[in-house]
Design a protein around this ligand. Sequence first.
Ligand code: WTA
Length: 635
Amino acid sequence: MSNYHIKHFEEYFQIYRKSVRDPESFWSEVAEEHFLWQKRWDNVLEWDFKKPEVKWFSNAKLNITQNCIDRHLQTKAERTALIFEPNDPNEAAQHITFRKLHEEVGKFANVLKEQGIQKGDRVCIYLPMIPDLVYSTLACARIGAIHSVVFAGFSAKALATRINDSECKMVITSDGGYRGEKTIDLKGIVDTSLETCPSVEKVLVAKRINSEISMKEGRDLWLAPLIDKASPDCPIEVMDAEDPLFILYTSGSTGKPKGMVHTTAGYMVYTAYTFKNVFQYREGDIFWCTADIGWITGHSYIVYGPLLNGATTVLFEGIPSYPDFGRFWQVIEKHKVTQFYTAPTAIRTLAKENLSYLDNHDLSSLKILGSVGEPINEEAWHWYNDNVGKKKSPIVDTWWQTETGGIMISPIAFSTPTKPTYATLPLPGVQVALMDEKGEEIKGNQVDGRLCIKFPWPSMARTIWGDHERYRTTYFDTFENKYFTGDGALRDEVGYYRITGRVDDIIIVSGHNLGTAPIEDAINEHPAVAESAIVGYPHDIKGNALYGFIILKEVGESRIHDNLRKEINQLITEHVGPIAKLDKIQFTVGLPKTRSGKIMRRILRKIACKDLTNMGDTSTLLNPEVVQSIIDTAL
Ligand code: WTA
């Protein structure tokens, strides 16, 4: 029995038990079996959740790109590593072999070095889903620079906040990007954000849409001529196991995004391991994850997890609705995709469309379907299972987070019996606890509580960039000696987990995590606004939509300003991005507050959900009368 590859359900239990009984020997066997190390570790694990401090494979030396690329050159140089499928189906797809990937990453890495980037420097990558995004990410890792990929849908202000937080020295972007019929002016957005980013010395610009853009003398450089001149040979930088590999920002419940820091060895071992097992990867498989590399799902299961296993991974530039709603199915047929990994919001969008979009395509290559990012509702699960998987492809509903680096709770395809809406069982090495509000662990089955992890796993984020105290208070302060996920979950009669959703001030809209605070901050910038509160309410396609309760400085101003709603959404678009726009805006005279001045969102949530049956205890409110007035004018 190999620890690295679980093949049956009984094996899962044996391996899981071993991983709990003796985590150190379990993970060291996995690490030894499948990776190249420049130097072996001294200790497998050192940890203290109080500080908190976690170190995996301490003092080991390695480079993750050697494991993603060089290691495969002997046996798989001519195998396709990356299939690039452009936005426009009429543009030819590109098949990039491991040999070519090695060359491109080597050249890019040499360009970075020539432009002054050194080990430990932060490089912000703001690119559409094109091969340069993969090359630049891996090029950073090759020379030990810390990549900070920012999703190219974020606004100039959101980009600037992220660049400044980690003081990036360089930004890598493109003239623009395609999104269905539209183009996006990425360079223009970068230019605006760099007005407030003093740390950035250089901007490398890839050409994608051939638009007219302005280039700032001394700062901006076209990428292509530099790449043309660069040598494809770039030796690896030897990294320590705990050297940061990347920073990825995620929403927090205060205004500032949290720069989650992932380190090298643990992240490598865990993403490779989970990719192999959850998706039962076999040689020859074509894996397609539809996420953007700007999110953790793309980092771990478009780039690192697949490449570490020598797999072929699809890089899709487009969107599910362009040129029509058959696009996903057409790509599956065209590239003979074997594993398809997407988000419930995409499934719900496509399920609304005519089944002929599906039936026009041959999906017989599919073996396994995946879901990630938010709870998948029963209807969407069945639609996915019946129509896409034709009831023969298991659905792996994978629960995890930016902070966890890799999949934590999920079926193992073909081994774990699935159950609609359940992420099922923790993967080897993942020790789950459900906690009650008093801080006690809830034992037994058929219970629900707050989802915590009570033992370190290799790919956990080690800190928040520049703010270790925030890392401690956000994740390790709520429950003693446990990592708190911010999610609620229930455990059924056989021990399967179902994630019920966030229990904090984060709302997941179309699979994107949005903190309420930055949206409220944006709204409050409007001169007419006194105060605001955002809550989520259920939405057929997006999962949740946003409902804003807004107090104006002067009552009746909403009538004077016809455009107020539009202006507020415009502000949100500028500060956070269009994904955070409000679907409903209710102007109100007050917000329910506790005596300590905290907005009672629980009540607002009930109003937004039109659930007025039991408002719960409102006696602790400073202003209970305001509740009825909000209900009376609710949308
Ligand atoms: C939610 C995405 C239910 C959850 C990988 C988590 C899920 C947050 C699932 C993290 C799932 C993710 N079922 N909920 N299968 N997967 N979530 O950081 O609330 O973008 O805490 O990472 O998404 O979102 P993030």
